[in-house]
Ligand binder design. Structure first.
Ligand code: NAP
Length: 516
């Protein structure tokens, strides 16, 4: 068991002082809405002509405009990070940790304001936003712990020579997070890079650039020197390939869709002129996560866990359950339970600001994509609940349960990234496992059962990076459930762990013959 580590505690918003703090934070950010935000390159704030417009998914309100980076400025950012690496890589681990500790304090002090931006920009409710902030704090505190351990170097066998094996930083990284965890994933990528002595260029998602800006602004206040953390919002298609291909880019830390992740992986493998290393790529990607319900399961508990996994944050978590695989003898009862829960959620759908359990999906493109899958679902199965959508005020899609789906259906195989649950009927536990594994992904999975043999079988045969029993498939907590997927879900980097940091380090073995 790991000592000296405690996970950050989420705020309880039933406590009036916490609720009041959030309401004040909303009032504060309301005044700021509509502002322009710059790029940050080598400590300089740069405003460009071209802007990314940040839009609230719940209301379509314009939240602000963020300068959009072009290739020339992206090049400047990489050069800046390259220059800063020369000194930052020599700064002591203690000094780097001091900066991260100050960042922890600043994030904590600005917690409700960050939460409020997150609610407005990504459409989360308060609990989801604060949970994300806690994840960021947990990443920081875990990396502080791990870097101290890694800094001791590798244990070696005794020799008469003076030998040492030390971890050293590798260079300039590029951080490319998705919009659905715009704070914790960007923060985790940036801090894992810089605490290990590297420098980083952050390209946030174009859907959530303000939350990302607010984080980078706090990094500046925490005292990271100019050029160590650079911020270049911009379209993935305009600057994405450029920063990945850049010869001075040493590593790419990506989280997002399989399509973009594979493209980055391929592009990073090509050696650019002047490049002196093989680029490292961490690519955490999508999922088509399944939860199995067998005949012995507590059906109420299973339905609650599955509804939560499928519909919290509108099914827009990579770990979300999108396939319930259910034994035939409990199938109808299970569907009835999950439909009742979906109906309850539908009645509590609205903006995250009102702190309702279900909010909007992120943008028009996602809304159209998910609603087109609902139309496919109507043909492939039977809609047991939901199936309606409305974008008149924000991008709202009902929690949707589709029954009578077969294993080869599109909605049983393609990542939808929205509140659509396919329910598949099976005749045996082996068949359930076979279907669960019959996907190109391998991110999360869960089994609801009281049968020890089924638990044992799933432990060995259910091929996912994060496997759970009798609980939901979402809500991985740092250093309790190290997170990362198999197969096309990614490189299984397991964020928050000591191993994760070694992605951004080289191991240098030094030996001196003392008899000379
Ligand atoms: P996405 O469309 O792949 O975008 C992810 C990031 O890549 C964004 O910052 C995007 O920028 C950027 N990008 C796009 N094209 C690029 C290119 N050619 N080169 C470099 N960067 C490029 O994914 P998303 O919609 O933001 O996120 C949802 C996906 O992330 C889902 O598939 C979900 O399962 C996955 N996800 C996985 C995990 C995990 O831990 N495995 C966690 C969270 C989410 P723009 O916004 O400017 O296009």
């Amino acid at each position: 068991m790991l000592k000296n580590f405690t996970n950050a505690l989420e705020l309880d918003f039933t406590i009036s002082s916490n609720k009041e703090a959030m309401l004040q934070a909303f009032a504060k950010i309301d005044v700021e809405k509509g502002q322009d935000y710059p790029l940050i390159i080598g400590g300089k704030k740069i405003y460009t002509e071209e802007k990314i417009t940040s839009v609230a998914p719940a209301t379509k309100e314009i939240l602000g405009k963020v300068s959009s980076c072009n290739q020339e400025l992206a090049n400047e950012a990489i050069l800046s990070a390259h220059e800063a690496f020369k000194t930052w890589s020599k700064v002591s681990v203690e000094e780097r940790i001091c900066c991260v500790r100050r960042l922890v304090d600043l994030m904590d002090k600005n917690r409700c304001e960050l939460n409020a931006w997150s609610v407005e920009e990504s459409g989360k409710n308060w609990g989801e936003a604060d949970g994300e902030l806690c994840e960021a704090l947990d990443f920081f505190n875990s990396y502080i712990l791990h870097i101290q351990d890694l800094n001791k170097g590798l244990d070696l066998v005794y020799s008469e020579e003076a030998t040492k094996c030390m971890y050293i930083p590798i260079g300039v990284g590029v951080a490319v997070p998705p919009w659905n965890f715009p704070l914790s994933l960007l923060a985790g990528m940036a801090v894992s890079a810089v605490i290990t002595g590297n420098t980083i260029v952050c390209k946030p998602s174009s859907d959530t650039p303000i939350v990302a800006y607010k984080f980078v602004e706090l990094c500046e206040k925490a005292g990271f020197p100019a050029g160590v953390i650079n911020f270049i919002p911009g379209s993935g298609s305009v600057i994405g390939d450029f920063i990945v291909k850049h010869p001075l880019t040493r590593f790419v830390n990506f989280t997002g869709s399989k399509e973009v992740g594979l493209r980055i992986n391929k592009m990073a493998a090509e050696v650019a002129e002047g490049q002196r290393w093989i680029k490292r790529v961490v690519a955490e990607m999508g999922g088509k996560n399944a939860i199995i319900v067998d005949s012995t399961a507590d059906l109420k508990r299973a339905a609650a866990g599955i509804a939560n996994s499928a519909f919290s944050f509108q099914g827009q978590k990579c770990s979300a359950c999108s396939r319930a695989i259910v034994m035939s003898d409990v199938y109808d009862d299970f569907v009835a339970e999950v439909v009742a829960l979906a109906a309850d959620l539908k009645n509590q759908q609205g903006s995250g600001r009102e702190n309702l359990p279900m909010g909007p999906v992120i943008n028009k493109a996602a809304y159209e994509n998910i609603s087109s899958y609902i139309e496919v679902a109507r043909k492939e199965g039977n809609i047991a609940f939901g199936g309606n959508y409305d974008d008149s005020e924000g991008f709202y899609i009902e929690p949707t349960v589709v029954r009578d789906i077969t294993r080869n259906a599109r909605i049983a195989n393609e990542e939808i990234f929205g509140p659509v649950l396919a329910v598949i009927k099976v005749e045996s536990f082996d068949e359930a496992l076979d279907i669960a594994n019959d996907t190109e992904y391998g991110l999360t999975g869960s089994v609801y059962t009281e049968d020890r043999n089924h638990i044992q079988k799933a432990k060995t045969d259910f091929h996912v990076g994060n496997l759970y029993f009798n609980r939901k498939s979402t809500g991985a907590v740092v250093l309790q459930h190290p997170f990362g997927g198999f197969n096309m879900s990614g490189t299984d980097a397991k964020t928050g762990t000591r191993d994760y940091l070694t992605n951004f380090l080289n191991l240098k073995s030094v030996c001196e013959d003392l008899t000379y």
